[in-house]
Design a protein. Structure first.
Lengths: 135, 105
């Protein structure tokens, strides 16, 4: 978590753009939220069922941890929209980017329930300690 | 009916493993929520999944509970669901994301 799903009309996101969009989405999420990139997932689908495309060519949907501010969410959406425009050549009207909040306590990743806002440092230290033990 | 979405990477889970996972998760859902899950099995095509901006080997398992769960009840269920996947697939805890959601309000 976060999980970003990029659903697009077939051919709307060129193959070579997928990794670039994933790079940008990961970087933007981490820069805006200070989250580590380790747990940022970006999955692309062509004509997938979710999120429904409606009249859009690309829908980029982020399921993010509850606790981000409205300003962080707006910044994320604006920067990710710009990334999709840059890498697909589509107009802004053809793209919709949005996020929804998921409570931290609903999600387990890396063997630990995600931290509540403000408890990230301790959680990351625990995760890093686990990684060090495995290395 | 409990909804369960499983997002996996193409070529990651054999048909045999998928059948075993579905069986184990049905037992899990029956035991904890009293209903068998309705599965939505989603495969991410090769070259389309990224974790930490690198090709992904992650699975996301999201099961809906039959009721709003307090943390004390949800917390032990998350690793139990994750262990089903770790034991059946050989994936590591870092590659298995488990989510147990409340039903829609």
């Amino acid at each position: 978590m976060p999980l970003y799903i990029c659903n697009a009309k077939a051919g709307a996101v060129p193959e070579e753009a997928k990794a670039k969009i994933a790079d940008d989405v990961t970087r933007i999420h981490c820069e805006v939220t200070d989250a580590p990139p380790t747990h940022v997932h970006v999955f692309h689908f062509a004509d997938g069922p979710m999120p429904p495309l409606g009249d859009k060519s690309v829908m980029l949907y982020g399921q993010i941890r509850h606790g981000r501010t409205d300003a962080q969410k707006a910044d994320t959406v604006a920067q990710m929209t710009a990334s999709v425009i840059e890498h697909t050549g589509l107009s802004q009207d053809a793209i919709h980017v949005f996020t929804t909040d998921t409570p931290a306590s609903w999600v387990m990743e890396g063997g630990d329930v995600l931290p509540e806002p403000g408890e990230e440092e301790e959680w990351l230290a625990r995760q890093n300690a686990k990684m060090s033990q495995k290395a | 009916m409990t909804a369960c979405m499983c997002v996996v990477q193409e070529g990651q889970i054999s048909a045999e493993s998928e059948a075993a996972l579905r069986g184990d998760m049905t037992v899990f859902a029956n035991q904890h929520f009293g209903y068998p899950p309705q599965f939505n099995w989603v495969v991410v095509a090769k070259g389309n999944g990224f974790t930490a901006a690198k090709p992904s080997n992650s699975v996301i398992i999201s099961m809906r509970a039959d009721r709003s769960l307090p943390l004390s009840e949800r917390e032990p269920l998350l690793p139990e669901l994750g262990d089903i996947w770790i034991n059946r697939t050989g994936l590591t805890g870092n590659e298995v994301v488990t989510v147990i959601t409340d039903p829609p309000a």
